[in-house]
Design a protein around this ligand. Structure first.
Ligand code: FES
Length: 133
């Protein structure tokens, strides 16, 4: 899914909040893929709270937006790794490295994700980049 990349105010020097979706686009128990420019992230809703993470599993780069939500995390559809949605830590193997997690703000029916300039520069379509290298 695409976003209109609207922005919301952020603390000075901190990451900038970007509008990624309407709240209704991420229903309870679902994870979906959104973009801020070239940056790809997975946005999920669990127990009413919206979470944003990198869309790439740290095991072998499968798309987490193709996975599903389980008790307290996001499960990769390829080999079953589960990551904590709040910390990004792997809580079930085979992945051993955490995924990136991003602050989320939900206001007036809109979901905003906070990204740094570094996130924006390194969160692009990883698979395409790897093929070009
Ligand atoms: S790529 Fe996600 S568990 Fe293997």
């Amino acid at each position: 899914m695409t976003s209109d990349s609207g922005t919301a105010p952020s603390p000075e020097g901190g990451p900038t909040y970007h509008r990624v979706a309407r709240s209704g686009q991420v229903p309870e128990g679902y994870v979906r893929r959104f973009y801020v420019g070239e940056h790809e992230c997975a946005v999920a809703r669990l127990n009413g709270t919206a979470y944003a993470t990198s869309n790439y599993c740290t095991h072998l780069d499968c798309l987490l937006s193709s996975g599903k939500l389980v008790d307290d995390g996001i499960c990769c559809s390829c080999h079953g790794s589960v990551f904590d949605l709040e910390t990004g830590d792997p809580i079930y193997p085979p992945a051993t490295e955490p995924i990136a997690v991003y602050p989320v703000r939900e206001e007036d029916g809109e979901i905003f994700v906070a990204l740094t300039q570094s996130d924006l520069e390194h969160g692009g379509p990883r698979r395409r980049k790897l093929r070009r290298d």
